[in-house]
Design a protein around this ligand. Sequence first.
Ligand SMILES: Nc1ncnc2c1ncn2[C@@H]1O[C@H](COP(=O)(O)OP(=O)(O)O)[C@@H](O)[C@H]1O
Ligand SMILES: [Mg+2]
Length: 392
Amino acid sequence: MTGPPLGADVISRKAMQEAVSEYDPKDLALACVASHSGLDVYDGATDEGMRNIAVAQEGRHEVYSRYFRKTAGGARGCVDDVWTYPRYDGIMAPDQQKRLRDESAVWVPNRAWTSYCSIDACEDDFAVPMIGSRNLLRSEEREEQQDYYWLLEKAGMPFPRKIDHYDDIDQLAIVKLHHSQKPLERGFFTCASTEEFHEKAQKLIAQGVIDEPALEAARIEEYVVGPVFNFNFFYSPVSKKLGEEPLELLGIDWRFESSLDGHVRIPAPQQMTLPEHQMIPEMTVVGHNTATVRESLLGKVFKLGEQWVEAAAEHYSPGIIGPFCLQTCVDKDMNFFIYDVAPRIGGGTNVHVGMGHPYGNALWREPMSTGRRVAREVRMAAEHDMMTEIVT
Ligand SMILES: Nc1ncnc2c1ncn2[C@@H]1O[C@H](COP(=O)(O)OP(=O)(O)O)[C@@H](O)[C@H]1O
Ligand SMILES: [Mg+2]
């Protein structure tokens, strides 16, 4: 728990509102890092008749520049323009920021951007108007003082009980820390006692999966035994101004994780005879699936969305703009616990690409993915002369 309060030197919203005022409202583009949720954004922009720019990295560009490239006339594909750099952070150079502004590009922040480019640079140096709350991006870094747990607590929202010290582990717990060799991945493990904590930690250290410093800083919390639902919400400042309902639930996803999902697909006796190096599952996201919740829970879900929107507005003005994702587990008594919050487009929204989601579609009466909803917000803002409402 170190570092200054969230968003200490963040680029001022006013500067970005001025920048967006220079944009051509009839020829806007959406731009984002071509990973994570990029395809959803490009597909959505295309549906809404908006240009898009994929910011790619050499070696990972072909998905966009070749396989999903829009052909002349637009009969195939959804990606208009691909800007490829040796590394993703090539987009952070001042001349490339200007290039984006010259294109009237609205930036869509995603986790690939804040992971591959430094979060400080995203906040303080990247002078391109973005749809989203720039000062909230840092809240998902669990090491931060005012991280999402802090905000959940302020909001009085339910999250898994924190276990302050490994000596206090008295039930199934999850230990959250970074993987030591795969910097963007997790070295999470579960344990039900202090003894098991030490035993597993030693094994994982020996295997090079985790290291001592990360273990020291790890968050330990109660493991919620129940299914996972990631709620992909959208909060619309434009709808709010127009007197419409601003909070929308667009879709729900859950994740395929390796090697955990392989473990649960083998019988218990086989799990017990796995060799040492395969014994402890990792939880690396490899894909997504779609879900719905039983209808009697939907009211609770909206309430959680409302609480988060309100708390964000109170503590991180201007608060939520556009997409955000509450990641939850539900226990046997139908209680939700929020274990992670993405203050931006979620990683699992690709489940809606091209066809929307039952909830988004039910609301909008046409296929509505998160990417398309982002593009629609920009389009609505442009039409109603409200671009300054949706950028930071
Ligand atoms: N308290 C918890 N109880 C049960 N499962 C959890 C808990 N916290 C996290 N998980 C599981 O671990 C996965 C990753 O957790 P998360 O906190 O979202 O990590 P990341 O920051 O890598 O996204 C989730 O998808 C969920 O399956
Ligand atoms: Mg998560």
